[in-house]
Write a protein that binds this ligand. Structure first.
Ligand code: KG4
Ligand code: ZN
Length: 342
């Protein structure tokens, strides 16, 4: 199907409220992301009820804002794409209901986008990376809510090669940061602290290192840090830095090992694409660039949660005639493997 008009993307599956308008060829006409970090920080993590209310308060205004910036009236859109899973149900209901309402009012096609498909297809968005990546490629999704490795073989064609057996890797960063007295979300602060640390001082485990497949596990590593913290009693500044550096080095080495295994599971892969907030970590990037595949990291604003990737996934689906009915129910759990193939 030829798509001739821009698409509105809506994202509200976790703690970012976002809207974007993309031209049918993927050019970004307008985008906005509103982070709720400040609202959740005092609770040390995302509070679903607060997130849902904030999405409800902000999403309509952000949608209006990007449409105005793009100079597109709602009836001129070629479709509305809204994140409909996986994620926190309150936010999913907000994005999906608002998207369906707009689609219904203006007679537009609606696409219920899988958030993970949004992350997966970002590397094919023209202009997102130096040269768009060709299928098949590996996606390593490293965020606060997700830690998985996916074979991306085409639009709608995904195979999960491995996932975490316990925490997401960003969650592990946040928990260890908390042990070291850093504020939530702790990943960036932990990376900063690690700069002054000696990664070799503490012998920390590298979970599942060398194990077949590419599953992940972070709780043993987190517990090992907690154990060291308990043993030290009061932490001197150097202790904190050394623990941060040791933890980060263990994560980076483990991720590189898992990625090497994943590469062997997808012969013919053209690249290793990283997404999610943890992809910002330079030690992680350095370790991942040591695998045989070219490492592709979209700019951070497209790596973390955003609506550009949702609009782009919507465009790819609409081009293939894959709109969804207005009674499509949001899915808090929605593995990528269960996508309809294009
Ligand atoms: O993709 P993302 O922005 O959103 C959600 O998961 O919702 O990822 C956020 C996660 C947090 O756990 C944060 O601590 C982690 O990514 N993170 C980092 C860094 N920047 C963000 N972890 C390690 N090093 C960083 N520089
Ligand atoms: Zn995400």
């Amino acid at each position: 199907m030829t798509l001739r008009a821009p698409v509105l993307g809506l994202e509200a599956s976790c703690d970012e409220t976002a809207a974007a308008v993309l031209a049918p060829d993927g050019r970004i006409l307008a985008e906005v992301v509103l982070s709720q970090t400040a609202e959740h920080a005092k609770f040390g993590g995302v509070v679903p009820e607060i997130a849902a209310r904030a999405h409800l308060a902000h999403l309509p205004g952000l949608a209006r804002q990007v449409l105005a910036e793009a100079g597109v009236a709602p009836h001129e859109l070629g479709g509305v794409a809204a994140t409909s899973g996986p994620g926190l149900i309150g936010g999913l209901i907000v994005a999906a209901s608002f998207g369906k309402g707009l689609a219904l009012a203006h007679g537009l096609p609606f696409v219920a986008v899988n958030h993970l498909e949004g992350h997966a297809l970002t590397a094919t968005l023209p202009g997102a990376v130096a040269s768009p990546v060709a299928f098949p490629y590996l996606l390593l999704l490293l965020s606060g809510g997700h830690c998985q490795c996916v074979a991306v073989e085409g639009v709608g064609q995904y195979r999960r090669l491995g996932t975490t057996l316990d925490d997401a890797v960003g969650e592990a960063f946040d928990k260890v940061a908390k042990l070291l007295g850093l504020p939530w979300p702790g990943g960036p602060a932990l990376e900063q602290l690690a700069k002054a640390g000696d990664p070799t001082r503490f012998a920390l485990p590298r979970p599942l290192l060398g194990r077949a497949g590419c599953d992940f596990s972070w709780s043993g590593l987190k517990t090992a840090v907690a154990h060291q913290v308990g043993k030290l009693g009061t932490l001197a500044e150097q202790d904190r830095a050394d623990l941060a550096a040791g933890f980060q080095a263990a994560v980076a080495a483990t991720l590189a090992d898992r990625a090497r295994h994943a590469a062997a599971m997808l012969p013919g892969a053209t690249a290793l694409v990283v997404a999610g907030g943890v992809a910002a970590n330079l030690a992680v990037r350095a370790a991942l660039s040591g695998t045989p595949l070219p490492l592709v990291a979209p700019p951070l604003r497209l790596c973390t949660d955003n609506a550009v990737m949702i609009a782009w996934a919507g465009i790819e689906r609409l081009r293939r005639g894959l709109a969804d009915p207005l009674d499509h129910a949001p899915r808090p759990r929605w593995p990528l493997d269960e996508m309809r193939a294009a």
